[in-house]
Design a protein around this ligand. Sequence first.
Ligand code: GLU
Ligand code: MG
Length: 500
Amino acid sequence: MGTSTAEQPPPASDRAAAVDGARRAEPSGGGPLGDESSAAEPDGPLTAELRAERAARGKVAAARLAAEGVEGVVLSWVDNAGLTRVKTVPVRRLEQAAAWGVGAAPVFDVALVDDGFTTSRHIGGPVGDLRLIPDLRRLTRLAAQPGWAWAPADRYAQDGTVHPGCQRRFAHRQVRAAARRGLRLRAGIEIEWVVAEAGAPDQPPVYPTHGPAYGLHRLVDLADYLRDLLHAFDEQGLTVLQLHPEYAPGQFEVSLAAEEPLDTADTTVLARQTIRAVGVRHGLRTSVAPAVEPGGVGNGGHLHLSLWRGERNLGQGGPGRHGLTGEAESFLAGVLAELPALLALGAPSPASYLRLVPQHWAGAYQCWGPENREAALRLIPGPPGEGAASANAEVKCFDAAANPYLLVGGVLAAGLAGLAAQRVLPVEVADDPATRPEGEVPRLPGSLPESIAAYRASGVLREALGDPLFEAVLAVRQGEAELFADHAPEQLVAATRWRY
Ligand code: GLU
Ligand code: MG
């Protein structure tokens, strides 16, 4: 299960250098457009000038992609239920789309995992239109979907103002808030998934390999699939740190290099799409659902993070416990304190709570401890010598149904609130909390309604998300809690297994 300590490479570079390092992968239409940090991007509306600039870049990128045989460009956003939704344009329309966007109904802010809709105080119903504007910085030719490219989209109103419900712009605002304090976060989201034979989706999954957890058998059985996966990641400029068979039947995991948080979220979307697409080419169906088998080990979406000031990793070399600096400690203490509410972002499905149970390495207790895989916050000081670059913290309680933009934005907001309040970490937990007397170590919420209650009470998240986004998320969580209220675990798993 848990991956290596070295999730965090030195921060010597931002995405620009990462892309440079993978220049081979860069006939992807990204090219020089990748040479920017998202933190430098302005927050404001799309002015005529910005539109003209985007159109010019779109035109260049479209010509390059067309010459490479690309026919269509996928524009993605992730809804509040955690599902990636898309529109596509023929490559010829990219110039237009880059400047003026593509229409999308705002009601998707209140879409549920079953494609039903609810309503929130601000959003709902059939009226209105938003514009999906692709971020060309991340434009990538899709290695496992020949003829297609992809770019993540931001959502704007027709007048060019930022849509207040846009999850990606929310993440960006939090990155900017940290930058205003001279801080930046490096983040990586581990991706766990399960593959099954692509049979009827209403039948129980049939796994293509039956080897033991972490077993060599699984690697041998699926060697071609996994090789193609590595190849596709590489082609797309995604830096794989490691790939391994995980614990549950048919389960694998990939760890990707740390990036700044908005890029991490984009990378997560692209990586999941890639895993799915490579699977299709091998006759496999992919699930990143929190629970694929009732009672089994689920798909986590652990978030690794480290806080930096300039080139200094604040998680090491300080006077605090395990070398934490005061700032890193306050940031982490802020995250730890806010975890019950953050679960509404990071463990968003009723099915999330089938996964988030003790002794599944899912981090079901609200505590922290060095290298403790049962603590929601696992501190990873890094091997002596390497620690300066690799020291980081892993938030384990989040799963792969989370919208990665909401997740990184929410965690940043909580950490910054911890800094502002100069919070300190409680006593560490160095053993399995499940072996302590009951109640000694607090359990995180054990159901979605409990997380919803914590989320509702969170002034930190309400303020950071802004009312329209906060309320839309709340409506979706309540909608899904009601939708599945009477489902037994087997029914809940069957209803959600292939939705994520
Ligand atoms: N699959 C476990 C989870 O649900 C995590 C295993 C690990 O520590 O990597 O989070
Ligand atoms: Mg794992």
